[in-house]
Structures are given as C-alpha cells and as structure tokens.
Design a protein around this ligand. Sequence first.
Ligand code: 4NP
Length: 149
Amino acid sequence: MDHTKVLMVCLGNICRSPLAQGILESKLKGLTISVDSAGTEAYHVGNSPDPRSIAVAKKHGIDISQQKARQFSLSDFKEFSHIFVMDRSNYNAIIAKAASEEELKKINFILNDQEEVPDPYYGGPEGFQNCFTLLEDACDRIVKSLENE
Ligand code: 4NP
C-alpha cells in the first residue's frame, strides 16, 4: 500500500457509506488519499446510491450519483489503510472477518465514542439530512487526523 486509502462501510452501500465517501472526497483538497465504500451485505450490489442520499448530497454540492454498490471483500483488509463503519452491526460483521491484529486495528467507528450513524433506509428524508450532518463532522475530523499522520 503506497498511500492512505480509506474505506467507508455500511450495511447496503447505498445510503450511508456512499455519502461518507462523497463527503470525504469533497474535503481532501490535494491530499493524496483515495476513498471507496462497501456494504457488509450484497443486497444492492451494482446499484446506484439511494435517491434520497443522492438528493441530500446534491443539496450540499456533492455528486455521488456515479457510485455503484459493492460488497466488502476480504481483500479490502489488504487494500485499505483505514476502515470506518457506521454502526455496531457493521462493526461486528467486519471484525468477525479480520484475520490479524493488524487488520483489526484498521477498523474504527466513523463517529466518536462508538456512536452510530442511524440507518436512514426505512425513514424519511430528515434521516438522510441527519446522516449528512453527522458524516460531515466526522469527515472534518478524519481529514485533520490524516493530515497529521
Ligand atoms: P445503508 O442503508 O446500510 O446505509 O446503505 C441500508 C440500505 C439497504 C438496506 C438497509 C440499510 N436494506 O435492508 O436493503
């Protein structure tokens, strides 16, 4: 691995992690960091982000419409230097796949203190705005911490 690579992980890779990817990409300002996202489950593989995620991103000037969902793969542990999960269920799914202490250490909750980014899938648009707000703060923190690495 030659530079910092960040993977955002949620359940379906259509609501939260595509937003997290788009927001972080929008904040990189010349930092050589690559960002991707994946889901723990395969339900939506190949699909575009949820229209509600596309809409809330667009409202804030970010285009995530070209992303396509994929499932987390074991090779992601080799490919990525940092893996951020949205909630405890994602965390449990990914730590269960880690094969070494080194791989385990790459996995962190995207919010402080293991707080969760609530799954907005079954709710209304306000849940997507809430995700955006939480993820924007989180990505500001991530950029600061990566700048200091
Ligand atoms: P995400 O949201 O994990 O933020 O992409 C969900 C997307 C799909 C489903 C659940 C959550 N689903 O059950 O299909």
